[in-house]
Ligand binder design. Structure first.
Ligand code: HAM
Length: 419
């Protein structure tokens, strides 16, 4: 083992698995593109206040898990623990909400939470997310859910479940809150828990301690407090999901880990993953833009955990073979041949072929081994004799058959015999 190790709890991907990491993200992006979402690239660090205001101080994410530091200008900076607040900041700052609505964007990249590391829970992890901002419409909620669902399906995942609930509109939430606070006041809680409940009483549903879970079993549920219009809205979302064959269960006790949610909220839970089973989640956040100083517009979105999706694919024995391919492996023997090979390889690559060249002085045997390992479909050896004759043996690596091809006709021969 070398002297340096990666920081504790970060996820890393290197060849050959890193090829799968890339292709999983590409597969998830496709359904978002098909629904008209456009890419957005945002900074990995933001002003700390964006997250304390946006995500909420009652959350574990803000109160315990942020990577916060002072930059050289004395500003408080935080590595982004999630993507929604940053998207909203960018939408407000760059007036994206003054154009066509909804604003529909997707993003992918690393996020940071100083959690206790365990399988499926990392301090640097990867998310793919989408946000649709500016229109409040149950069909938009259903669209967002469908984009995630189609992504999981395209990856071949089966053993997961979509859980949904609704936090209703402000009136419904206020009514429930009053009743919940009354219920909580009657419980015998420690000061810290009381303080957390004062910031957001819903948090107690999410408390892992068994005595709290027991007390909360009879707590009033928000779903029972939805007023007529919130009920209809939630009903419309469910009907839309059913109409396109997306199965779901209603989980009235679901609590998302971030404070900005309103209306429809959802989580995708994988059955084979143990404790860290959430492979994605999201929902509506109708007050966030105003909280962050923008207009009073609504939003809905999700983020999917790439690391956990890869673990889930492994559990379901979905082939995570790296399906990268190489058309041709070129072995050059000698100085003259290396020179010639370099320019042949360069030209073939520009023509769209995936070509590898042997480097270093490995001799014919060592180079053939490397060609085999590369998984290339074809190989050629270029030595002095081939330079003189101007032709090479194009060898099919699977069958061992070889055909004689002039150097200038290599591209044509590859095109005729490839894929
Ligand atoms: P979240 O539920 O906090 O939502 O995270 C979304 C997903 O990211 C989780 O379901 C999980 O798969 C993955 N994830 C979260 N933390 C970790 C971790 N420490 N290690 C590995 N994976 C993790 C959000 O972040 C919201 N911004 C989603 C959203 C977008 N809501 C509306 N728009």
């Amino acid at each position: 083992m070398g002297k340096y190790q990666a920081p504790k709890g970060v996820s890393e991907y290197f060849p050959p698995q890193s090829g799968i990491f890339e292709s999983v993200i590409r597969t998830l992006v496709n359904p978002a593109l098909a629904a008209g979402y456009e890419p957005i690239e945002l900074p990995i660090f933001e002003d700390t206040e964006l997250f304390t205001r946006g995500v909420g101080e009652s959350t574990d994410v803000v109160s315990k898990e942020m990577y916060t530091f002072e930059d050289r200008g004395g500003r408080s900076i935080t590595l982004r623990p999630e993507g929604t607040a940053g998207v909203m900041r960018a939408v407000i700052e760059h007036n994206l909400d003054r154009g066509q609505l909804p604003v529909k964007v997707f993003y992918k990249g690393p996020f940071f939470r100083a959690e206790r590391p365990q399988a499926g829970r990392y301090r640097q992890f990867y998310q793919f997310g989408i946000e649709a901002i500016g229109i409040n419409d149950p069909y938009l909620d259903a669209e967002v859910i469908a984009v995630a669902y189609n992504g999981y399906k395209a990856l071949g995942l089966k053993n997961f479940e979509l859980q949904i609930t609704s936090l209703g509109d402000k009136e419904s939430r206020d009514n429930h809150r009053k009743s919940l606070i009354k219920f909580i006041e009657a419980l015998n809680l420690d000061e810290e828990t009381k303080a957390r409940a004062a910031k957001n009483p819903l948090r107690l549903f999410d408390d892992k301690r068994s005595e709290i879970q027991k007390s909360m079993a009879s707590a009033p549920l928000l779903l029972d407090f939805l007023n007529e219009s919130s009920m209809k809205n939630f009903d419309d979302v469910q009907k839309a999901l059913t109409s396109v064959g997306i199965p779901y269960i209603v989980n009235p006790r679901m609590v998302r880990g971030l404070d900005y949610y309103t209306g429809t909220t959802f989580e995708f839970v994988h059955r084979d993953l143990g404790a860290q089973s959430g492979i994605g989640g999201g929902g509506r956040y109708d007050g966030l833009m105003e909280t962050l100083g923008g207009q009073n517009l609504s939003g809905v979105g999700f983020a999917l955990g790439i690391d956990r999706i890869l673990l889930a694919m492994e559990k379901e024995n979905i082939s995570t073979q790296n399906n990268s391919y190489t058309d041709l492996y070129v072995i050059a023997l000698g100085e003259e041949a290396s020179k010639e090979a370099f320019s042949i390889v360069h030209t073939l690559r520009l023509s769209g072929f995936v070509v590898e060249q042997s480097f270093g002085d490995r001799g014919l045997k060592g180079s053939m081994k490397a060609a085999d390992k590369s998984g290339a479909r074809f190989s050629v050896v270029i030595g002095d004799a081939e330079l003189t004759s101007g032709s090479v043996e194009l060898k099919n690596m699977a069958t061992g058959e070889a055909i004689s091809v002039t150097l200038s006709a290599l591209a044509t021969a590859l095109a005729e015999n490839s894929r």
